[in-house]
Design a protein around this ligand. Structure first.
Ligand code: FUB
Ligand code: ZN
Length: 642
């Protein structure tokens, strides 16, 4: 991994000499994530996922962009701009097809930061030549309109920003910025960043509260988060102002009040998660960013309430969100059907984004309890183990009608997987002053700074199959630092940080922490076990968490789960699937009132899993994320109980 270190050093040097200010003024999140580039993963579970992402998912997505004409759209836009006549291009597809290109470049850029690959870099450069050619002289870049301004995509109109709440012009901006910033950080090259800044400047010029500007808001959020990121990168206040404008003006755009777009009431009056789930999760994440960067605390009160609403009433056991197919939307409180659950992969990713930001605002482990649940279940079920097929909805029950596919006409989920999986190492640690937070458990080595100086730790673990985590301090500042280990809700007897689900058995789990072989005790602080001391290189901390399978029941108000139980172990939710249970109809199975659960390691199955045997019913359960790898058929998470 020498090249990784060398490359990380190069990236740091590039960041230092770049013309971008890379510093926001004044306000920021109180907790700072440790960048994924500072976390070298050596983990069996995540290593396999990262490899699949690098070797399969991202190359596949690029080839799909090519094959499905997504590059051709940029070429046509350039040709149309160069012509004095209307070339009559038919603008089909979806008006946000460009974003699949941006999102795949973003994922590939994350890969480049840890796995330098000149061929991949050159390929991206060649794509960016095509993208640049499609940009209108003043920065506007939206091929769904530029390809044929007379007859643009049916969700757009002849004038720019017309039907903006359908046309995705600003959704494209958001993904373009996210991709461009990632690419710039990975390569130090400005060939994508300059395009994206030019488009952002065009938007900031034409849309806003000033004279001659139009008051418009994005039909699909993400520009809020992305503009906040651009502000942090450049230090240019106008990007943060624009992000804030988009948040504050929601509901004042062309479609007016509408739950679907979270514009039903002004932002400050919102207290429930409603409407399209991806839009909603991106919106709440954008509000968190703007709250952190402006210091406007009343925004935080809004998202606190919305977070409570999700955790209390709208969260699937898998960490998925979005109950309804119609409108791809959150349902009513406690409306959590299983067979028809929508749980779009993008929405689960959005739920990670939101909970991550809530942690960075509050430093409470409860946000990571939800994040971890989404990550190990509702997010990674969205991509096959080999990285080559994807789910759009992730239901908690199937009658055989669900099957992962290698792409979709609306490919938001595969391309979101492209950009999300390589970024996972960035969710492991955070720092604040002299505190080092260990939020997720995977084998890795990290380097970063706390206030007192440089720190490096290595973790060995077989999580999520084993609750033992061994952490070795490699380097520590002389004055010491405070190690904060997250003690997950599942080991503390809490399924989720609410009464939406609870454990329904007599099992009591515990955990032990030892320092250099001596057991130590401490009260938890916001869910963290804290060890504040002067560390010596070679100090070893072992966190040993019991990991028995547990039965879970849902709040009685969740009609779909009434009289049913689910099984989980550690962060992993289990399901019964047809291939493991050929003699029963898994959807009809009835568990006894105190089922006997046993764990069986099966290294040869589904890339290595721990199965759970329900001994008194002869049932075999597998991790939910691993279902649908052996053909379509019945699957169930919430099983009937006597
Ligand atoms: O509109 C862009 C994306 O397409 C949304 O986030 C998904 O739900 C799908 O509708
Ligand atoms: Zn999606």
């Amino acid at each position: 991994m020498k090249s990784y270190i060398k490359y990380a050093a190069l990236a740091i040097a590039l960041a230092a000499i770049c013309s971008c200010a890379s510093k926001n003024k004044g306000h920021d999140y109180p907790y700072t994530p440790v960048a994924f580039t500072s976390v070298e993963v050596s983990d069996a579970f995540w290593g396999q996922r990262l490899k699949a992402s690098r070797e399969v998912t991202i190359p596949l997505a690029f080839s799909k962009c090519e094959e499905t004409g997504r590059y051709e759209n940029f070429v046509q836009a350039a040709q149309q701009m160069a012509s004095s006549e209307n070339l009559g291009f038919r603008v089909g597809g979806l008006p946000f097809d460009d974003t699949d290109v941006y999102k795949t470049i973003e994922g590939a850029s994350y890969i480049l930061q840890t796995y330098p690959d000149p061929k991949l870099e050159a390929y991206i450069d060649s794509v960016l030549v095509i993208v640049a050619a499609a940009q209108e002289p003043d920065g506007y870049l939206y091929t769904a309109r530029t390809r044929n301004p007379e007859r643009p995509h049916s969700w757009a109109s002849k004038e720019r920003w017309g039907q903006i709440e359908d046309s995705h012009e600003l959704y494209d901006l958001g993904h373009m910025l996210e991709g461009a910033i990632a690419h710039y950080k990975a390569t130090g090259k400005r060939n994508f960043l300059d395009i994206a800044i030019k488009y952002a400047d065009c938007v900031c010029r034409e849309i806003g509260p000033g004279e001659g500007q139009q008051v418009k808001v994005p039909g699909h959020q993400i520009a809020e988060m992305a503009l906040a990121k651009l502000y942090v990168l450049t230090g240019d206040q106008k990007y943060l102002d624009e992000a804030k404008f988009f948040i504050d003006m929601r509901g004042h755009g062309e479609k007016g009040a509408e739950e679907y777009r979270q514009s039903h009431v002004p932002v400050m009056e919102q207290d429930e998660a409603v409407g399209h789930a991806v839009r909603a999760e991106y919106f709440y994440s954008g509000i968190a960013d703007v709250a952190a960067l402006t210091g406007q605390t009343d925004y935080i009160q809004v998202i606190d309430k919305i977070w409570d609403n999700i955790a209390d009433k709208k969260l699937y056991l898998t960490g998925g969100v979005g109950a309804r197919r119609s409108g791809e939307a959150f349902g009513d409180n406690y409306e959590l059907p299983n067979l028809t659950s929508y749980c779009e992969t993008c929405a689960a990713i959005g739920n990670v984004y939101f909970n991550y930001r809530m942690f960075l605002l509050h430093g409470d482990s409860k946000y990571y309890d939800v994040l971890e649940r989404s990550l190990y279940n509702g997010v990674i079920s969205g991509v096959s183990l080999d990285g080559g097929t994807f789910f759009y909805p992730n239901p908690l029950e199937s009658d055989g009608r669900h099957q992962r596919q290698d792409w979709f006409g609306c490919a938001c989920c595969p391309s979101n997987i492209c950009r999300f999986i390589p970024s996972v190492p960035g969710y492991v640690y955070a720092v604040k002053d002299n505190d080092l937070y260990v939020n997720l458990y995977m084998a890795n080595t990290m380097h970063d700074n706390v206030k007192n100086g440089h720190v490096s730790v290595s973790v060995e673990t077989n999580y999520p199959w084993d609750g033992k985590v061994r952490l070795v301090v490699n380097e520590a500042p002389k004055k010491g630092f405070n190690l904060k280990l997250r003690i997950p809700g599942w080991v503390r007897g809490e399924v989720v940080p609410s009464d939406l689900y609870e454990f329904d058995d007599d099992v009591e789990l515990g955990y032990k922490v030892s320092l250099n072989g001596q057991e130590i005790n401490a009260d938890l602080d916001k869910g963290y076990f804290c060890i504040d001391r002067k560390w010596a290189p070679g100090d070893v901390v072992v966190l040993d968490m019991d990991m028995e399978p547990r039965l879970v029941k849902a709040n009685d108000k969740v009609e779909a789960d009434r009289g049913r139980v689910a099984v989980e172990r550690g962060p992993i939710v289990y399901c019964a699937e047809w291939p493991d249970n050929p003699d029963v109809k898994v959807r009809e199975v009835v568990l006894s009132d105190s089922p006997k659960l046993a764990v069986r390691e099966n290294k040869g199955k589904l890339y290595g899993i721990d199965e759970i045997l329900v001994q008194d019913s002869g049932l075999t359960l597998i991790p939910y994320y691993a279902w649908n790898h052996r053909g379509a058929g019945d699957m169930i998470v919430w099983m009937k109980q006597e």
